[in-house]
Design a binder for this molecule. Structure first.
Ligand code: CP
Length: 340
């Protein structure tokens, strides 16, 4: 496999290889000198057409820890505003000797287009495309859960999966590439996933996803759960009203202080609360929950560097197994003025 475009096509062997390699990489982060010479002389381009804090910075940190040269490109302030196309932008950057292109784009399918068009030779890593996929986020989430699950079950992390783990993914599933990538990866790793959302924030065709669906957060908590992943309400992607009010959303779908206390009352002492960030505190998650000992929000950020080191290393060293090319969404590039 030359590119990392989604988790649906990743396969179990590659997923476990990335998680195991990330485990080794995390040891580098503990050292005084946080560097390996593995990618010395290679160049990683971060090509970001959408805003990002965690993903952009952690890919930069990951590449630098592997001794790669890093070129950071942000569409804001670039010639994209003059109408330059994705093809010309990518080829311009590859002319500067890119070995890997990490791309975040507002259009679903843009990374796949880059990977399959023949425009560039570099390995392509999807850092989030539209509402389609965010594979490295799902991998860092799985890494965080695997560490927790190994501790709970007394099994070794390395080589392990998430078989038997019960995971809730809660909130704005409709607009969430994080939810999509997590559902497929968690299924591959053997976890049992339930999506919990208002009917208006579930995508058409969700019944064909490898998971269960519920509209009732409290009932799913009562049934027992090992990890609750709260999703950001993506107001910037909403062109209509999807719920009556923020207050109503927080009451029915938010992980608030009352639900945090409910985990204690249900004797779910090992249940973790996750969020990919950035968080809307007081909407999908309360500050009490986000800052509680159950919260893994900052662990997820820390683990993101190790997982992205692993992905870069395995792709650039050619150690990923071949898997069939999946059916990918079409990509159409609107005029630059239409960019959100
Ligand atoms: N989780 C995530 O993708 O965060 P950023 O948008 O800050 O990269």
């Amino acid at each position: 496999m030359r590119h990392l475009l989604d988790t649906e096509s990743l396969g179990r062997d590659n997923a476990i290889a990335i998680l195991d390699t990330a485990q080794e990489m995390s040891a580098v982060g503990e050292r005084e000198v946080k560097k390996l010479p593995a990618l010395r002389g290679r160049t990683v381009v971060n090509l970001f057409f959408e805003d990002s804090t965690r993903t952009r910075i952690s890919f930069e940190a990951a590449a630098k820890r592997l001794s790669a040269d890093v070129i950071n490109f942000s569409a804001k302030g670039s010639s994209v505003s003059k109408g330059e196309s994705l093809k010309d932008t990518a080829q311009t950057l590859e002319a500067m000797s890119a070995d890997a292109v990490v791309i975040r784009h507002w259009a679903s399918g843009a990374p796949a287009r880059l990977a399959t068009s023949g425009w560039i030779d570099a390995a392509v890593i999807n850092a989030g495309d539209g509402t389609h996929a965010h594979p490295t986020q799902a991998l860092l989430d799985a890494f965080t859960m695997r560490t927790h699950w190994a501790r709970l079950t007394g099994t070794p992390s390395v080589g392990g999966d998430l078989a038997g783990m019960r995971v809730l993914i809660v909130g704005d599933v409709l607009h969430s590439r994080v939810a999509r990538s997590n559902v497929w990866l968690l299924r591959t790793l053997g976890a049992r996933v339930t999506l919990v959302a208002p009917p208006t924030l579930l995508p058409v065709g969700v019944e064909h996803w490898p998971c269960e669906v519920s509209y009732d957060l409290d009932a799913t908590l009562e049934a027992g759960v090992d990890a609750v992943m709260m999703l950001r309400v993506q107001a910037e992607r909403m062109k209509a009203s999807f719920f009556p009010s923020a207050r109503e959303y927080a009451r029915r779908w938010g992980f608030d202080d009352a639900r945090l206390a409910r985990l204690d009352a249900l004797a779910l002492k090992d249940t973790i609360v996750m969020h990919p960030g950035p968080m809307n505190r007081g909407l999908e998650i309360s500050s009490g929950a986000a800052d509680s000992p159950r919260s893994t929000v900052l662990d997820q950020v820390r683990n993101g560097v190790s997982v992205r080191m692993a992905a870069l290393y395995l792709l650039l060293s050619g150690d990923m197994k071949a898997v069939p090319t999946p059916a990918l969404p079409a990509f159409a590039q609107p005029a630059a003025k239409d960019h959100p």
